[in-house]
Structure formats: structure tokens, C-alpha cells
Design a protein around this ligand. Sequence first.
Ligand code: 5GP
Length: 203
Amino acid sequence: MRGTIFVVSGPSGAGKTSILKEVLRKIPNLEFSISYTTRPKRPGEKHGEDYFFVTEEEFKDLINADEFLEWAEVHGYLYGTSKAFITEKLERGINLILDIDVQGALAVMKRMPEVATIFISPPSFEELKKRLISRGTESERDLKRRLKDARWEFSHIIDFQYLIVNRSVKESVRQLEAVIIAEQLKIDRIKDHMGMEEILRGV
Ligand code: 5GP
């Protein structure tokens, strides 16, 4: 059976990365879609694991070669989802998490309306600010930009199917797991599966 795409968006600092890491560890047959980015590598990040880190020139070549399902400028850097990467996984029946920004999520929803979409929000804007400051990975300029972008992202919550408010990572992990499991049980997703046809016809 073809894999399912789970698009997860939400402002930077909402706690997405910690939630996703835990869910990916817990749910079998679920992988992370590794994006391309021009953002500099943070300490501890690995090329080909967190992102494919490329130069702006390399990224533009990929755009011109039509290699992206979607791409966007986020907080001043370029980020894109590789068509080849996701097609290969989906065809092998692997489910994928796309951790992409709201612009990217809206573009994917348009091109692939069958995707499941989840917005992860911090409990409040103040909490988001606190988390971003304590994370300490952004410069003053990047921090301001991320907070401004977050306001725009919040205004698009309504375009998503599910909302997880991240008050505790443990609870959010449980909620995201529930969404992923429920989505995989949808008749619409499994009706073309071998053997299901008879069951659905009541035979
Ligand atoms: P970060 O720099 O903190 O890793 O990511 C910044 C933002 O870029 C996050 O909101 C993340 O979801 C988004 N992002 C990561 N990869 C992609 C991608 O391939 N496409 C788009 N549109 N956004 C992405």
C-alpha cells in the first residue's frame, strides 16, 4: 500500500522537533522527510539526517531542475521538499512526516489533497518567545524574524485538519501518535488495498 504523508507545521519554537523525534522512534514504518536548506548547520546537526545542507546556488539549480514538490523562503533561508525523496519512500509503502512551514504546507495541500495535516502550536505567544530565547540557537535578528513569522503562521491554523497545543511533550507525542494511527485506519486510505474490495462490498 502506498505510504501516507503527514504534514506537520507550526512556529519555530513550538516544540515540533522534540515531538517528532519521539513519534518517529515509536511508530514503525514512519520516516522523516529530509528537506534541502540553505540555512547554516546548527551544532549537532548532520547532513543527510536533519537536512541536506546546500548553497544558495545549488538550491537554485534544484529549483530550475523542478526537483521540489514545494519550496519556500523561511526566516530568510530557502527550504524545499524533494520530489524524488518522497516518491521513492511512498512507493515503498513508507509513511512520511514532512516538517515544513505553513507556506509549504499550503502548497502541498493544493498539490496532494490526500495528505493529513497537523498544526503544532505553543500554548501562547509569550511561551513561544520564552522557548526561542532559552533555546539560544538564533541570533537577535533571526529571533525577531521568527516571532514575526509565527504571527502569520498562527493565522493559518484554520487551514489544517488537526491542532496539537504543546503544553507537555509527552502528551503531544500521545496526541500525534493517535492522529497518525487513526489516519491510517481511514477507509479512504485502505480501500484500494488487496482484499479490502470484497470486505467493502460486504462479501
Ligand atoms: P529550522 O531552521 O528551525 O530547522 O526550520 C525552520 C522552518 O522551516 C520550520 O518551520 C520548518 O518546518 C521549515 N521547513 C523545514 N524544511 C522545510 C521544507 O522543505 N519546506 C518548507 N516550506 N519549510 C521547511
